[in-house]
Each structure stands twice: as C-alpha cells, then as structure tokens.
Write a protein that binds this ligand. Structure first.
Ligand code: ADP
Ligand code: ADP
Length: 220
C-alpha cells in the first residue's frame, strides 16, 4: 500500500532549524492534517518530500521511493505548494496542457480537472486575472492532473471563499475515500478538525502529536 514515510528528517537554513528530526507516516485512505503554526516547518517538510530542497539528514519516501527517481512524477504525486506560481500572462488551461505534455497526460484529462475544480470557462483566461481562490483551484487542478495516488496540499484553504472551503473539504474526503494518500497542511487546527482522519502536529520542526482524530476526541 502506498504511503509517505518521513524518517528523522532534518533541514537547517542559515541560523535556523526548520525541520528537526521529524518522523511520521501518512497512510492511504485517510485525510492527514499537517498542523502547526506559521514557521513550524510544514512547507519545508513538503518541499523535502518532493525533492525541491535537499535534506541535511533523514529520509522522505513516497510509495517506497525517492521522489526524484520517479518517472512521470505527476502520475505518482500531486502537489499544491504556493499559489501564484503560474506566470500571470499564461492562460490557466495552457499551463495545465504544458504540465500534461511533459508527463504524458492527455488533453482530455486537462479539461476534466479544470471542470472538477470549477475553472472550465476561466481556464481560457490569463492567470494574472485570477483571484487567490482561483489560483488555488488552478494549483489543485495541477495536483490532480496525473490522477496520482499521493497528494500533498500546502494550505489549500487559503484564499478560498466559503463555497470554496466547503468544496475543498468534500474533495479531500473523496480523494481519501478513493484510497489515496492525502497530506494537507494548515496553521489552523479548526480548518481541518472536521475533515481530517489523522493529525500530524508539529512545532519548531519537531513532532508534537501524531494521532487519529477519533482517539483525540475520545481523550478530550
Ligand atoms: P511553515 O510552512 O510551517 O509555515 P516553513 O517550512 O515555511 O514553515 O518554515 C520553517 C522555518 O524555516 C521558518 O523559520 C522559515 O522562516 C524558515 N525557512 C523556510 N524556508 C527558508 C528558506 N528558503 N531560507 C531560509 N529560511 C527558510
Ligand atoms: P509558508 O508559510 O507556506 O511556508 P512562507 O511565506 O513561509 O510560506 O515561504 C514562502 C517561500 O519563502 C518558500 O519558498 C520559503 O522557502 C521561503 N522562505 C520562507 N522563510 C524564509 C526565510 N526566512 N528566508 C528566506 N526564504 C524564506
């Protein structure tokens, strides 16, 4: 079964420890909320899992493999990192077509995911005209493009309006129900407590709690 395995992961930037010996497992079929205050190390951990940054120590494996060794990576792992990562002059649909092309994904799939995130018509517009919520939806479309078994979503709720928040919660639930690995970060526990099955809570780069939501509620 696919999972994300983080073992004794470490990352230090000049002067500051961002990730400090972090270990946790993200299982398939659950929404795992990755919670911690701003600066706790959530984004750094996700970038290390994706091989966008080199760890100083430890390992992060996706489905037993190092992300950097995957072929057609978008078909293995989908990620939403920062909104606004698309060139403002580029049309949303063209951005996805370019991503699809380099991963052997069909044009038909591009239109499917645009429809799924509610950008079927807005996909023809330039990304520079998108609201933050639309940028998030485009980033989520990009993450879903390769129909990957593993999803990493960094603060996907940011910038969404109330309808968007209801929508993303339903999407997260259905992705987990399909048996995927879903790791979703937030600096607010309240954003994910009704949606997540499992919580990995970090502070200052260290694990604070790794618990099922059911257990947490039973203990409360
Ligand atoms: P979070 O996603 O939980 O808000 P981050 O992973 O972005 O936390 O940041 C963890 C810590 O590492 C913070 O102190 C942040 O300022 C620092 N940091 C993150 N990226 C860099 C970087 N590229 N250069 C220097 N410091 C960084
Ligand atoms: P988040 O809260 O989602 O982690 P940030 O605003 O902390 O977002 O980080 C956005 C980008 O800025 C990341 O690429 C991160 O590496 C970089 N960054 C964060 N903190 C620092 C820092 N102290 N010095 C340099 N770059 C940083």
């Amino acid at each position: 079964e696919t999972s994300i395995e983080v073992r004794d992961l470490r990352k230090r930037y000049r002067g500051a420890v961002a990730v400090d010996g972090l270990s946790f497992t993200v299982r398939a079929g659950e929404v795992t909320g990755f919670i911690g205050p701003n600066g706790a190390g959530k984004s750094t951990t996700m970038r290390l899992i994706l091989g966008l940054d080199a760890a100083d120590g430890g390992t992060a494996l996706v489905g037993g493999a190092d992300y950097r060794t995957l072929r057609a990576p978008l078909t293995h792992v989908g990620a939403l990192l920062e909104p606004g990562a698309v060139h403002p002059g580029r049309r949303g649909r063209d951005h996805l077509l370019w991503m699809a092309h380099s991963n052997g994904i069909s044009r038909k799939r591009v239109d499917e995911v645009l429809d799924q995130v509610g950008l079927a018509s807005a996909g023809k517009r330039r990304a520079g005209t998108y609201s933050l919520g639309m940028q998030q939806r485009l980033g989520i479309a990009a993450a879903l493009l390769g129909d990957p078994p593993v999803l990493l979503l960094d603060e996907p709720v940011n910038g969404l309006d109330p309808d968007g928040i209801v929508w993303i919660r339903g999407l997260l639930r259905s992705l987990a129900a399909e048996g995927r690995v879903v790791l979703v970060s937030s600096h607010l526990m309240s954003e994910l407590e009704d949606t997540a099955d499992h919580l990995v809570i970090i502070g200052r780069g260290k694990l604070v709690a790794d618990t099922s939501v059911a257990k947490l509620l039973a203990a409360a």
